[in-house]
Design a binder for this molecule. Structure first.
Ligand code: GYE
Length: 324
């Protein structure tokens, strides 16, 4: 006959097993073994951002990770405050989507000193010291800009210039604004007939996109092309173009980036001509990386998202299954 294990000893063994499993053993029954993740989001400026927030929240739930979510309303100071509060709350990991690229070294050093792993999601920082974060998961924004420019070069192949372009930039100083501008500029440099006649920020929002496009239309009578760094600014600009009695997609060709549902609908309707995709569905991969980082496992320094491009015909096919 086996002797019964005393209850106290059994409880002790159980604790030992749970501890040995490590903090990252999601779904092992709640309590202190669950991972707590502090996540500082940029804001709610676009359809892309809304889809990204949903993806992160759903994936955390799915993975059994306790999420402390903070919305920075497009302000770096709010993100810095949120990160400091995550340190105080002794979270197991911090993930954030840095609104701009520069100015993070001090706070990231504080996180490092606290021994908390950091994962950058969606946007990059320009810190020279890459040991301040474990990994960066997100798109290659330069490539998105290049694909946009390459489409334009093909579209005007064999035609004489000039081709007058106006550009609606994303949030000033943000990685996607910097990189999309760069990639697009490189691609159109192939032919001097392409001229960017005006370029201004629309802060990635529909309202600002409309406002800035209205100003562009007043100042320039000869706009051929609009390159908007995201769908939402493009959609705002479409309202401005229609308001000025012009036909978006025909009188002014429009290229945007993201491929959220509203953008794809406008593309299918012929109001946008080309979209380079940028996926907001980073949640599941992020949670995997968080678990690994908390366990101290090896993770790659850079995780790239897979993306494609869409023409109006392709948008019509993809729209019924579009999740965001
Ligand atoms: O393209 C834009 C959003 O950082 C990739 O931010 C993201 C960008 C996205 O506001 O719509």
């Amino acid at each position: 006959m086996f002797k019964k294990v005393p209850a106290a000893l059994a409880a002790g063994l159980l604790t030992l097993v749970l501890t040995a499993c490590g903090g990252g053993d999601a779904g092992s029954g709640g309590g202190s073994d669950r991972i707590t993740l502090g996540f500082s989001q940029v804001g709610a400026e676009s359809g892309w951002r809304t889809a990204n927030t949903k993806s992160v929240q759903e994936a955390a739930k799915e993975a059994g990770i306790d999420l402390k979510f903070s919305d920075a309303q497009q302000k770096q100071e709010n993100q810095i405050k949120a990160i400091r509060s995550f340190i105080q709350q002794k979270v197991d990991a911090i993930a954030f989507s840095p609104v701009v690229e520069s100015g993070w070294d001090t706070v990231l050093k504080e996180v490092k000193d606290a021994g908390i792993p950091v994962i950058l999601t969606d946007r990059a920082v320009d810190s020279a010291d890459t040991s301040l974060y474990r990994t960066f998961i997100g798109s290659d924004f330069v490539i998105e800009g290049q694909k946009s420019g390459e489409w334009l070069v093909k579209e005007y192949e064999g035609e004489s210039g000039p081709v007058n372009i106006v550009e609606l930039q994303g949030t000033t100083g943000s990685a996607p604004a910097n990189d999309r501008k760069k990639g697009f500029g490189e691609a159109i440099a192939a032919d001097p007939k392409f001229k960017i006649i005006a370029s201004q920020t629309g802060d990635f929002t529909r309202a600002k996109g409309k406002e800035v496009m209205e100003a562009f239309l007043k100042a320039h009578k000869d706009i051929d092309v609009l390159f908007a760094h995201n769908d939402d600014m493009g959609l705002g600009a479409i309202e401005a173009i229609e308001g000025a009695g012009l036909k978006p997609g025909t009188d002014i060709k429009i290229i945007t980036i993201d491929a959220v549902r509203d953008g794809m609908q406008a593309l299918a309707d012929g109001k946008i001509n080309f979209i380079a995709e940028c996926s907001p569905l980073l949640g599941p991969q992020l949670m995997d990386l968080v678990k690994k980082a908390v366990k101290g496992e090896q993770i790659p320094q850079r995780v790239l998202t897979e993306e494609t491009t869409f023409t109006p015909e392709q948008a019509k096919t993809a729209l019924p299954d579009r999740k965001y």
